[in-house]
Every structure is written in structure tokens, then in C-alpha cells.
Design a protein around this ligand. Structure first.
Ligand code: ZN
Length: 142
């Protein structure tokens, strides 16, 4: 098990830019504010969406396109480093006009309609991702 003690660093609230890519925009905020570790949450809506599902047997992501407009009921994630680059790892739950819900691992392809978010920076932790041969995923290394 991997456990680290962290302290709260800076906090930011933000409104996301209409028409831009959700995952890209979250990474841009982190880079602009110098946040390398932390957590992120967003609510709002997208004009089209894409998510991914990790196939544990094949050890690869399958992409799911979700055309049309969706509410972002919840988008939660963390911020860490992979090969020195800031990586936002987030999952998103989306609802349609009937309240039906889809979701998955956030990938490029979610076009922001409107969004409001929060980032909490962590201090005292060094969160670096590295390839994990058991899962095939870039997990936090000890
Ligand atoms: Zn994920």
C-alpha cells in the first residue's frame, strides 16, 4: 500500500472556457498556477463527450464517444506527475435529458459548454506515476 501525508497548499476556483477541451483546460490551469499535486472537481455541462473504460484483461483503454449535450454531474480527479509532466487523472459522470447516466475515465474530447471547478493543491507529497506491470497502468510509485 502507498500512503503519504499531505498538507493543503493553495486553492483555486475557476470558470471553464466555453468550447475548449475539458481535460486540456484542467491541465492548463495546473500548469499556469504551478500545481503539480492536488485534487480537482468540476460540475457543469459539455456539448459533446468522450470517456474511456479500462479493460483489465487486455490492459488497454476502450474509448466511448458520447455525442450531444450532457450535464457534468460530477468530475473528480487528482493531479500528479508522469515523466515530469503534470497529469490530471479524472473520472466523469454525465447525464442526458432523461437523467440517464454514463461515465468513465476522462479523455480528450469533452467540449465545455460551461463549467465551474475547484483545485486544491497538495504540499509535502511527491506524486510521480510510473508503469505498473501488474495492472498495465501508470500508477503512483512508492
Ligand atoms: Zn482513470
Amino acid at each position: 500500500m502507498f500512503v503519504q501525508n499531505i498538507q493543503a497548499g493553495q486553492s483555486f476556483v475557476f470558470r471553464l472556457p466555453h468550447g475548449e477541451d475539458l481535460l486540456q483546460a484542467l491541465g492548463d490551469i495546473c500548469r499556469e498556477k504551478g500545481v503539480q499535486t492536488g485534487r480537482v472537481e468540476v460540475i457543469g455541462a459539455v456539448q459533446s463527450a468522450a470517456v474511456a473504460y479500462y479493460d483489465q484483461e487486455k490492459q488497454e483503454y476502450a474509448r466511448l464517444e458520447l455525442p450531444g449535450e450532457w450535464e457534468i454531474l460530477s468530475c473528480l480527479g487528482n493531479i500528479s506527475l508522469k515523466q515530469g509532466e503534470v497529469i490530471v487523472h479524472a473520472h466523469i459522470t454525465l447525464s442526458d435529458s432523461q437523467g440517464r447516466v454514463y461515465g468513465g475515465h476522462l479523455v480528450p474530447g469533452c467540449s465545455i459548454f460551461a463549467g465551474e471547478g475547484f483545485i486544491q493543491e497538495f504540499q509535502g507529497a511527491r506524486l510521480e506515476r510510473d508503469f505498473d506491470s501488474t495492472t498495465g497502468l501508470p500508477l503512483w510509485k512508492e
